[in-house]
Design a protein around this ligand. Structure first.
Ligand code: UT7
Length: 324
């Protein structure tokens, strides 16, 4: 018998406050035309004062729990991906656990920046596949607005805040690609690229939170190469072809990267889920947010094959194929 991690439900939450490209023009020397042409972003949501990553995560988790039609206390694992935790410690996952009234199982954060959700999903999948847990809540949640340098137009226009969540359950499968659930995951990292995308602060260096710094062109160049590699690997390992994919749900960093990857794979634009136009880059939250949006608006249906991929600071990157 093969155990598969089947997605039972999804949820997402966005802060009420929405910031358009026009709103940004009053803060930095930018314009709507540049942002749309270079990134595809038109608006993003920004957490209000006092609105934290855990608050966004809790709201997304509540929606996912209702969608999955389960009792929160049946969740025995919470893995939360974030680069913007409420506190240096404890983990944001434990705060979500407490807010949901869950007293059993384990909860922890993973940190792989924009690839965080793929890393968290892979971690939970491995717990479920080995029988170490039965039901997992996997969350990507961020308040990147808190680590942006709002005087740097090359970065502050790109990011937004939000959270997405999925509920996974270990179910018996046949071990074939016809099974529902996570069919494969593929993670990579290469730590030589710190200076291309990082935050210039931290408890052990500056004792401050710091601000996001990025060499955009360099990240772009590596993203196109690394994403193609990770998707090829996922397809090769699973014995599936790009033509089998029902929905392509990539990390939402830049519309040009998404379009280039889809084109390279031969995936029609009608099968690509895009949220970057309305959410900006929400880092670890972007994939579960996009999955939840496309699941709740009726696009992603049971039995369909979904490809997710991401690349972020570190560099980290990864992909997964999921039979919904
Ligand atoms: O999620 C983690 C992964 N992150 C990514 O995948 C991001 C990858 N990188 C990118 O998406 C793109 O590199 C950016 C969108 C960040 C930048 O696009 P680009 O086409 O690489 O532009 P650039 O950095 O080469 O800048 C072109 C010009 C520069 O002016 P000059 O030097 O040519 O006169 C910039 O100063 O655009 C200028 N510029 C802006 N102008 C108006 C940079 N930011 C802005 C801005 N508004 N916000």
């Amino acid at each position: 018998m093969t155990l598969r991690s089947v997605i039972l439900g999804t949820g997402h939450y966005l802060p009420k406050k929405r910031m358009t490209n026009a709103d940004l023009m009053s803060l930095v020397g930018t314009n709507d035309e540049w942002i749309v042409e270079r990134t595809g972003i038109r608006a993003r949501h920004i957490a209000s004062e006092g609105e934290t990553t855990s608050m966004l995560a809790i709201e997304a988790a509540k929606v996912a729990i209702v969608d999955a039609k389960i009792d929160a206390n049946s969740i025995d694992l919470i893995v939360l991906a974030t680069a913007t935790p409420d506190y240096t410690f404890p983990s944001t996952a434990t705060q979500v656990q407490a807010a949901l009234g869950i007293t059993g199982g384990a909860a922890f954060d993973v940190q792989a920046v924009c690839s965080g959700f793929v890393y968290a999903l892979t971690t939970a999948d491995n717990f479920l596949k080995t029988g170490s847990a039965k039901r997992a809540l996997v969350i990507g949640a961020e308040t990147f607005s808190r680590i942006l340098d709002w005087t740097d137009r090359t970065t502050c226009v790109l990011f937004g805040d939000g959270a997405g969540a999925v509920i996974l359950e270990a179910q018996a499968g046949t071990g074939t690609n016809a099974d529902r659930g996570i069919l494969c995951t593929h993670l990579r990292s290469d730590g030589r690229h710190l200076e291309k995308l990082y935050v210039d602060g931290g408890p052990s260096t500056t004792m401050t939170t710091g601000h996001l710094r990025m060499e955009g062109k360099e990240v772009f160049r590596h993203a196109v190469v690394n994403l193609a590699e990770t998707v090829d690997e996922a397809l090769r390992r699973s014995g599936l072809a790009a033509s089998d994919i029902s929905w392509f749900v990539p990390h939402q960093a830049n519309r040009r990267i998404i379009d280039a990857t889809a084109k390279k794979l031969g995936i029609d634009s009608s099968k690509v889920v895009i949220t970057v136009d309305q959410h900006g880059n929400t880092s670890a939250a972007s994939i579960p947010l996009a999955l939840s949006v496309a699941r709740h608006d009726g696009r992603i249906k049971r039995g369909e094959l979904v490809l997710i991929e991401a690349m972020g600071g570190g560099f980290t990157w990864g992909s997964s194929l999921i039979r919904w």
